[in-house]
Ligand binder design. Structure first.
Ligand code: FE
Length: 205
């Protein structure tokens, strides 16, 4: 059993893979215990800061100026899904008023590319604790050549003093994950009881 001290102290061990067991409740002093445990593991860098969330491709379907709302799928059929999380600075400070801009395919894997309704697209601002939450439906997979892209939700996240992050979240257990060239392990979340947590760490600008 490797202790946390050994993990944090061992240069050779200070890799994302070996630190993947780090959870927010293990966060260093100074984060005030505000940071919840998360299924998304944010390893610590050697200076004991949270490692920023990995970026991921934007893809061709982003549309700017989506409405501000936390219910993205009103009136749509699909498997209900609630995603929440915190937006954090690398020192663990929750970022209030951060902008979380999300977009996704419907259950058939299609994006709304033209309508004024901005279906399955929305912007959410974090609250005073850096928390965001939205309700949606599970996105469908869509064709990528002869394969399919695993289900995913796209994100653009920004906050004052921090670098814009473009990324995606994926869902554990999706059979296409292992075949998709874009998936990053750190971006895979688990869904339980129709809910998942996706915390985001933004690099300083
Ligand atoms: Fe996509």
């Amino acid at each position: 059993m490797i202790t946390r001290r050994e993990l944090l102290g061992g240069t050779a061990l200070a890799t994302a893979g070996l630190l993947a067991g780090f959870r927010f409740q293990d966060a260093p002093r100074g984060t005030g215990g505000l940071i919840p445990a998360s299924p998304l593991h944010h390893p610590l860098s050697q200076d004991k800061k949270l490692v920023p969330t990995e970026s991921n491709i934007e893809g061709p379907y982003y549309r700017k100026d989506a409405p501000f709302r936390s219910k993205l799928a009103t009136g749509l059929k699909g498997e209900a899904l609630k995603i929440s999380g915190k937006v954090l600075s690398p020192d663990g400070t929750p970022l209030r008023e951060a902008l979380v801009d999300v977009w996704q395919a419907d259950k058939e894997g299609a994006y709304d590319q033209t309508s004024d309704a901005f279906v399955l697209r929305g912007r959410i601002k974090t609250d005073k604790d850096g928390l965001y939450v939205y309700e949606t439906i599970m996105p469908g997979q869509y064709d990528l050549g002869e394969a399919k892209r695993p289900a995913h939700i796209h994100y653009k996240v920004s906050a004052a003093g921090h670098a814009l992050l473009t990324t995606q979240l994926y869902f554990k257990g999706d059979p296409w994950i292992s075949k998709d060239p874009f998936v990053r392990k750190s971006l895979i979340i688990e869904v339980a009881d129709k809910a998942g947590t996706f915390d985001i760490v933004l690099a300083k600008a």
